[in-house]
Design a protein around this ligand. Structure first.
Ligand SMILES: C[S@@+](CC[C@H](N)C(=O)[O-])C[C@H]1O[C@@H](n2cnc3c(N)ncnc32)[C@H](O)[C@@H]1O
Length: 427
């Protein structure tokens, strides 16, 4: 009985749906908190929880999943920079860009936003990023600015050389990036902290809504809609796209970026009539972006000297590095079908690789083929059981297919790996 009340309190205060991480996980955390407080049973703990805001915060710290890394789902950062450079900057030559990362966890996401913009030539005084999370520990970690190897899971680690100083244990983020990010403790669902906060040109709210039930997701999306400036971009996690579509957002049409705009703003941009219907992620951008020299693509880019076009007619296998880049390039252009064809055509003649299976899974995910995506993530994990992104994406795919238990098992595994790599507080 006490467990059920505690789960209800967590839902009310932070949005967490206990089912999303498994009732057993909540019970385990509560028992651990009981023991830490020297309390006999959950009933005593329930009373303590009601009497003390500090204990509620401790419980939240123990239960949150702070899983994150620099340039997670990198297309989002490349898309952010492209849209801002091409659409926003020319219209707002004087203004300062306002961006929000909520939840920011330990800061890898907002700092990736900052690094992307600095790399693209945005002057430091032209933007800032509010970074907000319910976990005080995560915020303190982000403010410290020292990161372990587990935060660096991206393929291309060039950013680490540019913006970090190696220490004996970890890497210290440069002052230049840290100054762009304003960490703050806050709750997406709390009343009050929002006052005066609105008009963000871009909001990253990724990989938290999956832990909420539908009413809480609805509430959260409404909050985000209030915070977004007209024409601003909302980025969600790969498995949270349906929610945005159901709440008056339309896809910005940038593959693998999971970016949305308010329907009204998108219609104005495109000069099209208002469109709110639920639709699959378009395979072609509304406004096709051309890569600009000043704008970095966070994803490894195709070798400029020899871009190899994969057409259905061209059946000859390419060198592995080339065609993987080519598949990425096609995906970034919105051409998911061609990107997949490129993978299928070329991977047949080469040794199986976790990376290729993972990429194919991502492409299928973006095309709405969740079941096939899950199969590919599994193959990636068969070859590399510790592939962190494949673990997390497979968990999300299983959750989408209704296999909550399977999803939880994988998330736990991802968390264990994360904790081993880093000594970061888990939960
Ligand atoms: C999986 S991390 C996501 C971090 C980052 N957005 C990313 O995608 O890598 C989830 C974060 O959500 C935070 N969180 C959970 N509920 C929250 C709420 N109601 N308000 C603010 N942050 C919350 C947790 O503390 C945790 O750091």
């Amino acid at each position: 009985m006490a467990f059920a009340r505690i789960a209800a309190l967590l839902k009310e205060r932070m949005g967490l749906d206990a089912e999303s991480i498994g009732i057993a996980s909540v019970e385990r955390v509560v028992r651990a908190r009981c023991a830490a407080r020297g309390l006999e049973d959950e009933q005593a703990y329930w009373e303590q929880l009601n009497a003390s805001e500090e204990e509620l915060q401790e419980l939240i710290e123990a239960i949150v999943i702070p899983e994150t890394w620099f340039f997670r789902d990198p297309e989002a950062f490349a898309a952010l920079v492209r849209v801002l450079a091409q659409e926003w900057l020319p219209k707002h030559p004087e203004e300062r860009l306002r961006m929000l990362s909520l939840p920011c966890s330990t800061g890898e996401e907002p700092c990736s936003m900052a690094m992307s913009l600095l790399d693209a030539g945005f002057a430091a005084q032209r933007f800032y990023i509010d970074a907000i999370d319910i976990s005080l520990r995560a915020i303190a970690y982000g403010e410290r600015g020292i990161y372990g190897r587990n935060s660096f899971r991206a393929k291309d680690l060039g950013f680490r050389d540019r913006y970090f100083e190696p220490l004996e244990h970890g890497f210290r983020l440069s002052e230049g990036v840290r100054q762009q990010v304003r960490f703050r403790h806050g709750n997406l669902l709390a009343n009050g902290w929002l006052h005066g906060a609105h008009g963000y040109n871009a909001i990253f709210c990724r990989n938290v809504l999956i832990y909420f039930d539908r009413p809480m997701q609805d509430r959260a999306i409404k909050v985000l809609a209030t915070l977004l400036a007209p024409g601003g971009l909302l980025f969600v996690g790969p498995s949270e796209t349906g929610l945005a579509l159901d709440h008056g957002f339309v896809s910005a049409g940038i593959p693998l970026a999971f970016a949305f705009r308010r329907a009204e703003a998108a219609a104005l941009e495109a000069g099209a009539p208002r469109k709110t219907s639920r639709a699959a992620i378009p395979t072609r951008p509304i406004d096709p972006f051309r890569p600009r020299k000043s704008v970095i693509a966070v994803q490894p880019r195709p070798k400029a000297e020899a871009p190899v076009e994969a057409t259905p007619k061209d059946k000859s296998p390419m060198a592995a590095g080339h065609w993987i880049e080519e598949a990425r390039r096609l995906a970034n252009q919105g051409n998911l079908t061609e990107a997949l064809r490129c993978c299928e055509q070329n991977s047949r003649d080469q040794p199986a690789s976790a990376e290729v299976f993972y990429l194919m899974g991502m492409l299928q995910d973006a095309a709405g083929q969740v079941h096939k995506a899950a199969e590919h993530y599994r193959k990636a994990l068969y070859l590399d059981p510790q592939h962190p992104e494949a673990l997390v994406h497979l968990a999300v795919a299983l959750q989408k297919e209704g296999d909550t238990r399977g999803a939880q098992r994988l998330l736990k595994r991802a968390n264990r790996l994360s904790a081993i790599g880093e000594g970061k507080s888990g939960g």
